[in-house]
Design a protein around this ligand. Sequence first.
Ligand code: SF4
Ligand code: SF4
Length: 468
Amino acid sequence: MAPPLPGFDQAVLDQCVGCGLCLPACPTYQVLGQEMDSPRGRIDFVRNVAEGRLEPTDGIVGHLDRCLDCRACESACPSGVQYGRIIEDARALLPRPSTESRVGRLLRTIALRALLPSRGALGALGRLLGLVRATGLDRLAQTVLAAPWARRLAPRLAWAVQLFPRARGRPFRPTATVFPPAAGAPPPSRGAAGPARHPPRVAMFRGCVQDVLFGDVQRATITALTAAGCEVVIPPGQTCCGALLLHGGDRRAAERLLARNVSAFAGTTGRAGGPFDAIVVNAAGCGSVLAEAGELLGTPAAHRFAGAIRDVTEVLADLDAADDADVAGRDTLSDEEPPPERRRVAYQDPCHLRHARGVRTAPRSVLGRLPGVDLCEPAGVDTCCGSAGIYNLLQPEISRALTERKVDAILATGASVVVSGNPGCLLQLEAGLNARAGAAAPSVLHPVELIAAGARARAAGTASGRPS
Ligand code: SF4
Ligand code: SF4
């Protein structure tokens, strides 16, 4: 018998009645087919370690490490087990395995702790990535390592190189902190569920790598919101959300970042009294941990902050922006003009939006109302794409197996565009689709990129004198 391990919440562990209804929803159980890599198996390990019946061996920690923390099991569980809490406690409390790879240790210590919270270090990373792209080194390495012999000899390296991000526009360096509603934006006559102010004022959470890797998504977020009639403010002093640290077991470091963000947005939240109607997030993984700030930090300010977190598609759906955009889009067309070209668009739920936050309707509603969009869903839309933060680098075999399934499902839809609202998912889907379909691969976009493109087209049409 090992001594009991303090720190676990016994009440949360006891929520699980062992029914096994979560097993079919679990991506690692789907791939590996064994109880030890299922939610029920992992909960059992944690309970036995917490109660002193099992030693936390490398083998046990290995099974816990293979969990994606995707929370699909939470959606499937009829007993409401807070699985995310259990796995995050386990990662924070159990010793790292002695067999952990050097890559894993480096990523956990340097990349997550030092790089992500520093805008200066991220800027330097952005310049380095730009240099690699400009010299064509990324494409060369991808071509060489895509060869079957390379994939056999160095499968991890081959997959890591495929994940190298393509440029999505120049980095985001906002020249202003306040962006007013766009000219011609619909008036803020909103339903009861919508933001209360006129015009609605929202604070934008920037995140960390989004500025460097997803400059276009950041700009499109502002365009989509201002076109919908919002005033967008970017509070200074905000930093990385800490999600990757929390999911990797470094709770203290994650809480420090969360506390910095709470104070950056302090006094700015709350529909009832603060100057902002919502804190808008365009990365599902960030939104999920920011919405847990109250529970993690336990302060009233953190609870107010957490309560104001909204995914950008939630705000747009509340504003009925897509509906307005649809109507406005049609109004700008004269009878002679052809209807917008129709595109088949596949929507893939980010796990932390669908399972951790329960946001499923808003993105579908916003996208489904865009002119010319035929929205479709790939099979297994509720299953992780294999990205899961740095999981794709730490567990490349399982990650790749999940991505291959996702690619099969997306290609079967015949979609020309794939949309998902999380940076990691975008990189993963793009890498998988490009590796399989090359130039014929569908485009991979964030929802706001489609919405902003429509808004820009309407603005251009109006400016060129088309009737409105
Ligand atoms: S979080 Fe995802 S991978 Fe982990 S046990 Fe639950 S369903 Fe499986
Ligand atoms: S986590 Fe929920 S669904 Fe899974 S075994 Fe436990 S009670 Fe059943």
